[in-house]
Design a protein around this ligand. Sequence first.
Ligand code: KIV
Length: 278
Amino acid sequence: MNRKKVTIAELQEKKQKKQKITMLTAYDYPTARILDQAGIDTVLVGDSGGMVALGYESTVPVTMEEMLFMSKAVARGIKSAFVIADMPFMSYQASDEKAVENAARFIKEAGCDAVKLEGGSEFASTVRAIVRAGIPVCAHIGLTPQTATMLSGFKVQGKDAEGARRLIQAAKDLEEAGAFMIVFECIPHSLAAKITEALKIPTIGIGAGKDCDGQVLVYHDTVGLFERFIPKFAKQYIQLTPIIRDAVTQYKTEVEAGTFPGPEHVFTMNQEELDKLY
Ligand code: KIV
């Protein structure tokens, strides 16, 4: 199937037409190709890659260079999907100038279409600065894993009136600052539904219920490639880990038994020529 490149206007149109937007994460070239072939609308090079692809304990240690490395590989595998790169912890918090510089690297060097950053109303000026530079920004509110310590852990956000009010305000401020889309992570589904209705820009939920304009999941959770834990909001569509482990075990057994490589895997040469050499 030959799809055209997905645009911000099309994502916006999907919200208006009440067609759901699909997003999955990817961190490498082969995965990016599979998601693109499957017709996923937007591919997020999440800093979750720090955990599921690079093995860190959290998303905090992931560096700009690591995010760029993964983003470049993903962008090379995409023909149509809209590619969003996550700005890692401390790549945008210190100053708006630094944020613009780092955001630009994802566009110029990695070939991504947009960046995503975590944070509420306090990051409206950062979003505004990056958008002013001509770079589309996806906002991310609710549970923001980079600053989970400030939130006293990985907890659902906006469950009380004060927390909900803060999220409603943040969503408004970020939209007003120019964000083209907003991710809600781990917020009550009824609150996500209300904010989605109130905003003009599309909302993408992860642990935020079905009434968001779209959904995102971490690819490794959906295909069973991350075994440390499975979040309540994730759905595992297949368990690839045991399938891959079985294939690798079979390879090991065959190499050890001398049954791989077989005659169909080898190259031949003239035996007389070889005999002359030895
Ligand atoms: O890094 C990530 O994968 C994310 C999604 C969970 C939205 O930010």
